[in-house]
Ligand binder design. Structure first.
Ligand SMILES: [Zn+2]
Ligand SMILES: [Zn+2]
Length: 243
């Protein structure tokens, strides 16, 4: 797994913890990265819950726009680093900690699985996570507050990966590539191949003869088919109309 690019995670991250911050929250930190970097309230994805307070039932709405961290998403589709991610969150104080629910609206860039063209768009991811207070009993892996701070980044990453399309397409009905010549069909809606090549034409005649022969020799065929003449051209025209 690649580490976070040191855009904003690195430079400011070796600031010492505020004195008095319970160490238990740090020890239980989910990720190695968190241990290395400790939470810094100046990082865009660190949310300070001091204003919310710890009285169960209190609620606070937080909206902010943050630059997308590196590697947010998957290989073929994701949020370009540094692009604006709009977060709308609701923080709720509960007995054990702070419940964070919200949405992230983010731009999207990827490669279409059908036509292989790069495309851009946007999408919305929703998330909800309980951050337990330092010192509270909780299962391993449960995110914790560090003092009054919580790190939204792991939660955002999980939410984004879940919300990304598994089969990213430049558009819902992307027609893909021509199987014969590889041209991108969306760029050329009328694209098709006429069988003008003499070798194809010969094959087509042969195919026409064969079909006419089948029709003639088949008594149980449909009415229109049994009427087709020995003229292969007319036979083909009939068939085309049926289809
Ligand atoms: Zn496409
Ligand atoms: Zn083609």
């Amino acid at each position: 797994m690649r580490r976070l690019a040191p855009t904003w995670a690195g430079a400011q991250s070796r600031v010492a913890l505020p004195t008095g911050l319970p160490e238990v929250g740090v020890r239980h930190a989910r990720r190695e990265q968190e241990i290395l970097n400790r939470l810094d309230h100046r990082r865009p994805l660190v949310v300070d819950t001091r204003e919310l307070g710890r009285r169960p039932g209190s609620m606070q709405r937080v909206s902010r726009t943050v630059p997308a961290p590196a590697d947010l998403g998957l290989d073929v589709v994701g949020v370009p680093e540094g692009e604006d991610v709009e977060l709308d969150m609701r923080l709720e104080s509960v007995m054990e900690g702070v419940l964070v629910s919200g949405t992230a609206h983010a731009p999207l860039a990827g490669e279409c699985v059908r036509c292989l063209e790069d495309f851009e768009g946007d999408f919305e991811a929703t998330f909800q996570e309980l951050y337990v207070y330092p010192g509270e009993d909780a299962d391993e892996g449960t995110p914790r507050l560090e003092g009054d701070l919580l790190d939204l980044e792991p939660v955002l990453r999980d939410a984004v990966v879940l919300a990304l399309p598994l089969q990213p397409r430049c558009r819902e009905d992307c027609p893909g590539l021509c199987v014969q010549c590889g041209v991108r069909l969306a760029d050329d809606p009328g694209h098709r191949h006429e069988l003008t090549d003499s070798r194809w034409a010969a094959l087509q005649d042969l195919l026409g003869d064969q079909r006419a022969g089948q029709v003639d020799g088949d008594d149980s065929g449909t009415q229109s088919r049994t009427q087709s003449t020995t003229d292969t051209g007319a036979g083909r025209a009939d068939e085309n109309q049926e289809n």
